[in-house]
Design a protein around this ligand. Structure first.
Ligand code: SAH
Length: 217
């Protein structure tokens, strides 16, 4: 893939993956995907030493690349099948999108901050990942591409947005942290029938908030 993905990086990734197993991540496809995505390339070069620690990290524009454990939990809860059509709300660094692509999903990802959208749209294809990237308010989802098999929201929402529920196919799953500004509970919302939804809860997490509207630089 990339000439600056070295043996050292691969070794560090293997350790990261071993750590995620110990923390309870079981889905082999998630572990394999995290083992393949060169997370260090998603961070400013000055922070390379932090790339394979199980920590969130600043990526500019006041945003963060999610902690690998959080990425792993959300990816596992999505129960990705090959070719699933997945909507991601909150592109950020593009790391989560790359993990989903490695798992065989078709990824549509939306970001409300133009600076991040522009950066990711150039960067991801340069390392071999090509999701469909959109600039816009993910609260509204992507109605013209709906329905989705899966929806993942990577920012903390005060409540599950109705537009996103409506864009889930019957039988589809949405993984979304729900709560106030810096403490949320991971929710899995399953669309059981056209107008019936079932919600499961999967522990506490910390995300930056899901915000309305867009930011143009
Ligand atoms: N998935 C990202 C983590 C991103 S952090 C990664 O792997 O790096 C959350 C992101 O959600 C931020 O970039 C933030 O700007 C974005 N965000 C917040 N509210 C949003 C909204 N309504 N629509 C789209 N993106 C949003």
């Amino acid at each position: 893939m990339e000439q600056n993905d070295t043996l050292l990086h691969r070794g560090l990734r293997k350790r990261l993956v071993d750590g995620l197993k110990i923390k309870g991540i079981r889905d082999e496809r998630v572990l394999e995907a995290i083992g393949r995505v060169p997370r260090h390339l998603f961070m400013e070069s000055g922070f390379l030493n932090f790339a394979y620690k199980d920590q969130a990290f600043p990526i500019g524009a006041g945003q963060t690349i999610s902690q690998p454990y959080t990425v792993a939990v959300q990816s596992q809860l999505l129960e990705i099948e090959k070719n699933d059509k997945v909507l991601e709300v909150g592109t950020g660094s593009g790391y989560q999108a790359a993990v989903l692509l490695e798992m065989g999903a078709r990824v549509f990802t939306i970001e409300r901050q133009k600076e991040l959208y522009v950066k990711v749209q150039k960067f991801l294809p340069s390392i071999g990942y090509s999701p469909a990237c959109f600039f816009g308010d993910g609260y509204k989802g992507l109605p013209s591409f709906a329905p989705f098999d899966k929806i993942i929201v990577t920012a903390g929402a005060p409540a599950v947005p109705a537009d996103l529920k409506n864009q889930l196919r019957v039988g589809g799953r949405m993984v979304i942290p729900v709560g106030d500004n810096n403490k949320q509970e991971m929710n899995v919302v399953v669309r059981v029938s056209e107008d019936e939804f079932k919600t499961e809860k999967h522990g506490r997490f910390m995300f930056v908030p899901l915000l309305k509207g867009t930011v143009n630089f």
